[in-house]
Design a binder for this molecule. Structure first.
Ligand SMILES: C[S@@+](CC[C@H](N)C(=O)[O-])C[C@H]1O[C@@H](n2cnc3c(N)ncnc32)[C@H](O)[C@@H]1O
Length: 277
């Protein structure tokens, strides 16, 4: 066991185990993200720039700042989240969506019904746009029906990046060629999704641990590569809340290293679940 006053990391700014525990507790309370002691170096390296920017000389002063400022807590959470993502990551989910899930949802939409898909930890938008491209491929007129992809993330900067819909041209390599064409606008070193694609996706900031402001349920939920950062009790609570938003037969896609313990879901394909009870 480490002594609270002992340095967790030796560096420009004193960073004790007490500072680490204060910040780790705050990140877990606010965002659900568990930071074991092995992450002390990561916390130091991600936050020392901020300590400098704020003109502080030690991490204990930074702990004081986050205790009194909700804005700074948001900066802290954004610094501690991992936003790694890419278009069509875990491509088997989009194949499953296209083949096993969308045909029925498209039928519903064509009869005037409502179709909602939630990308619940969307990072900078690659996941929800991959969903929208898959949808448009199967239903080119989706935007003129009651069909929407809700994209949300705890980090407002991520939601803003997704809304801007501008990505480096090199990332086009991750998007199957037949889904590019009219869906992509050339902006030199960048590309932007067309208005049709953008209209299908709505971005907002939502913390999975707090109240969810959306009204109405979802037909499909993507919650990929975020639960790994949460403890088992938090994961179970969120799986249960997802079940409450999905109809029987609704689908849930999770990350490659994640598992669902809830008896309300059955595995129907690789890391793809269906609500059964
Ligand atoms: C590794 S990315 C996953 C992005 C995408 N789902 C994928 O699989 O490529 C994890 C995302 O979860 C978000 N996140 C972390 N804690 C969250 C929380 N409590 N509520 C909502 N989003 C959260 C992070 O901001 C980050 O953008």
């Amino acid at each position: 066991m480490t002594a609270r006053g002992e340095l967790a990391v030796a560096g420009e700014f004193p960073f004790t185990w007490a500072d680490f525990r204060t910040l780790a507790a705050l990140v877990q309370d606010e965002a659900g993200i568990v930071l074991p002691d092995s992450k002390a170096n990561l916390v130091y390296s991600r936050l020392s720039k901020r300590v400098r920017e704020k003109g502080l000389s030690r991490f204990s002063d930074y702990c004081g700042l986050v205790a009194e400022s909700s804005e700074e807590r948001q900066v802290l959470i954004a610094a501690m989240t991992t936003n790694v993502t890419r278009f069509f990551r875990e491509a088997h989910h989009f194949d499953h969506l296209a083949q096993a899930v969308l045909p029925k949802l498209i039928e519903t939409a064509r009869k005037g019904g409502r179709v909602r898909i939630w990308s619940s930890a969307c990072s900078s938008g690659e996941e929800p746009y991959s969903i929208a491209l898959t949808l448009l491929n199967a239903m080119p007129d989706a935007a003129s029906h009651d069909v929407l992809v809700l994209a949300s993330d705890i980090d407002p900067n991520m939601a803003a990046a997704g809304k801007a819909a501008l990505y480096p041209a090199a990332r086009l390599a991750d998007i199957p060629r037949h889904l590019q064409g009219r869906n992509i606008e050339d902006h030199g070193a960048q590309f932007r999704f067309s208005e049709t694609v953008r209209t299908l996706v709505r971005f907002r900031q939502v913390n999975l641990l707090k109240d969810w402001p959306m009204r109405g349920g979802f037909d499909v939920i993507f919650c990929r590569n975020v639960m790994i950062y949460f403890d088992p009790a938090t994961q179970d609570a969120i799986w249960g809340r997802f079940a409450g938003l999905l109809p029987i037969g609704g689908h849930l896609y999770i990350g490659h290293s994640e598992r669902i313990s809830s008896s309300q879901f059955s595995l129907v394909a690789q890391t793809a679940y269906r609500r059964t009870t």
